[in-house]
Design a protein around this ligand. Structure first.
Ligand code: S3P
Length: 188
């Protein structure tokens, strides 16, 4: 018998390279929930890549699209949702995530995140002259936002499978009542 509570949705948050998608897939399988990737849903829904949205419309309009898609995905229950690294920037997004599930921050030092993303050119915010410096600055601005998550899990030197296991263990002892007083909303 597992003591793991069944949450309406699980939102994985964290910087680019945190492992939100790879951990999310493992976690969804283990909990027999559906997996859903916010960036992928945006790209499929609009038929364009995230990079194209950034270059054609700019970051603000991307954020609007991201918020809209987050709200719409969150209506359904039983999903592990891998968000984009910037989802924490808007208070609206927090409202949606808190109402529709639990938030989990996948944490890693910037060097580790960087080693996971440096070969990948699909992230518009890192297409700058000194991307490591850019990542450092962006992360330092966002750390306090990521830390607003209900749970924090360290991912340095941990495989996606083991991060998923760690999340399941933490979920088993997490009491949303003590945290936000909305216990029922976290159940299916
Ligand atoms: C972004 C992260 C990306 C993507 C977009 C913006 C960010 O998602 O949403 O490039 O602001 O950190 P990943 O975290 O999945 O790379």
């Amino acid at each position: 018998v597992t003591r793991t509570k069944r949450y309406k949705n699980i939102f994985l948050i964290g910087f680019m390279g945190a492992g939100k998608s790879s951990v999310g897939k493992k976690l969804a399988k283990r909990l027999q929930m559906e997996f859903c990737d916010l960036d992928e849903a945006i790209e499929k829904g609009l038929g364009v890549t995230i990079s194209e949205i950034f270059s054609r419309q700019g970051e603000d309009l991307f954020r609007d699209t991201e918020s809209g898609m987050l709200r719409s995905l969150a209506q359904k229950s039983g999903q592990v949702i891998a968000t984009g690294g910037g989802v924490v920037l808007r208070e609206d997004n927090w409202e949606a995530m808190r109402k529709e599930g639990i938030t989990i921050y996948l944490r890693a030092p910037v060097e580790v995140l960087w080693s996971r993303i440096k070969e990948d050119t699909s992230r518009p915010l890192l297409q700058v002259e000194d991307p490591l410096k850019g990542a450092r600055e962006l992360l330092s601005k966002r750390i306090s936002l990521y830390e607003k998550a209900d749970l924090i899990v360290d991912t340095e030197n941990v495989s996606p499978e083991d991060v998923a296991e760690e999340i399941i263990k933490k979920l088993a002892t997490f009491h949303p009542l003590g945290c936000r007083g909305k216990k029922e909303e976290h159940r299916f």
